[in-house]
Design a protein around this ligand. Structure first.
Ligand SMILES: [Zn+2]
Length: 293
C-alpha cells in the first residue's frame, strides 16, 4: 500500500495541471457518469494528499472548487501523466479515469489513473461528509504537526498494540506498512506492546521520527529509512529471516491487527516478549541519519 509520502509525491506531480481546463473526463466506472458530463469546462484548482488519499479539485470558472475526483490507490493503483498520443505504460483496460487537461499556454496533459480500487466523484459537501475523508486523523506530512493530538488519539484504546494503532488512519494519517515496521525498529519499540505500556516520550519520538523520514522521502529517489554505506534502504521491512542489521538475530514477520497486516521486527532489538514492551535502554537507540547530514 502506498504510504503517505507517495501520495504527496503524486499530488506534487499532478500539480502541473492546476489552472488548466478539463477538456474531457473519461471513465468506465459506474458512478462517474456525472463527472463525465460535468467536468469538461471546469478548471483544476488544486491537488491534495490527505494521508493516503488523493483529491483533484475542480472549479467552475470564477468559482471556488465545487467537486473533487477522489482516489485511494491501495496496493494496485497509480497515476501517470502523459502527453497526448504518448504510449501508456499500463494496459488501457486498467484505466479507471482519464483527465484531458489544457493549460493556458496550450500545453496538453492526460492524467491517467490505473487500477485504483477507489475512484469517486464528490461534491465539496460530500468530501466533508465522506466516511473515510471526514474521519482521518492528523496528517503526518501536514505543515504543522500536532503531536499531542496524535498521542491522545493513540491512547483512545490503550489495549491496542502500537503496531496496529499507528496504522489506523483515523488516529494518524499517512503511515503504512513499510513505515510501521521500520519506525518501530528504529525506535526499538515492540510492535505488539499495548499503547498503554508506552510513555508519552516514546510515542512522541515515534511520531517525530516518522515525520522526519517521511519528509526526507518527499525528495527524488526511492524511499529509504536507513542510511547505509552498502546501499541498504530498510532495516526490517520485507526481510523475514535475514539477520538484523544491528544484532544479527533473524528478522521475523507476524501478521497483526484485524486486517492481518504484516509486521516485520527484530525480536531481540525490539524486546518482543519483554514485559513492558520496550527494548532495554542499554541497547541504545539507532540514530536516524540521512542524506546531507
Ligand atoms: Zn536486532
Amino acid at each position: 500500500m502506498p504510504e503517505g509520502d507517495s501520495l504527496y509525491k503524486i499530488a506534487a506531480m499532478l500539480r502541473c495541471l492546476v489552472g488548466g481546463e478539463v477538456r474531457a473526463l473519461e471513465s468506465p466506472l459506474p458512478g462517474l457518469e456525472d463527472a463525465v458530463d460535468r467536468a469538461p469546462g471546469m478548471r483544476v484548482s488544486a491537488t491534495e494528499a490527505r494521508g493516503k488519499n488523493l483529491l483533484i479539485w475542480l472549479a467552475a470558472a470564477g468559482e471556488d472548487a465545487s467537486h473533487a475526483i477522489y482516489t485511494h490507490l491501495r496496493m494496485t493503483g497509480s497515476w501517470h501523466l502523459y502527453r497526448p498520443g504518448a504510449e501508456w505504460k499500463k494496459p488501457s483496460h486498467r484505466m479507471r479515469v482519464r483527465l484531458d487537461v489544457c493549460l493556458g499556454d496550450g500545453t496538453r496533459w492526460h492524467a491517467v489513473c490505473f487500477s485504483a480500487p477507489v475512484v469517486e466523484w464528490l461534491s465539496a459537501f460530500a468530501v466533508r461528509q465522506h466516511p473515510v475523508l471526514s474521519t482521518l486523523g492528523p496528517d503526518m506530512l501536514a505543515d504543522s504537526l500536532h503531536v499531542d493530538d496524535i498521542i491522545a488519539r493513540l491512547r483512545i484504546d490503550g489495549h491496542r498494540a502500537i503496531g496496529d494503532a499507528i496504522m489506523d488512519q483515523r488516529l494518524v494519517a499517512g503511515i503504512g506498512n513499510v513505515y510501521k515496521s521500520e519506525l518501530l525498529f528504529i525506535e526499538r519499540i515492540d510492535p505488539f506492546a499495548p499503547v498503554r505500556a508506552l510513555d508519552d516520550d516514546t510515542l512522541r519520538r515515534l511520531i517525530e521520527t516518522a515525520r522526519t523520514w517521511m519528509r526526507r522521502n518527499l525528495g527524488p529517489g526511492r524511499r529509504r529509512t536507513r542510511w547505509d554505506s552498502r546501499g541498504k534502504r530498510t532495516w526490517v521491512y520485507d526481510k523475514s529471516g535475514d539477520p538484523c542489521g544491528h544484532c544479527g538475530e533473524p528478522i521475523r514477520m507476524t501478521r497483526q491487527g484485524d486486517l492481518g497486516r504484516s509486521t516485520y521486527y527484530c525480536p531481540r532489538c525490539q524486546g518482543v516478549g519483554d514485559s513492558g514492551g520496550r527494548a532495554s535502554r542499554r541497547r541504545g537507540r539507532i540514530v536516524v541519519r540521512g542524506a546531507g547530514e
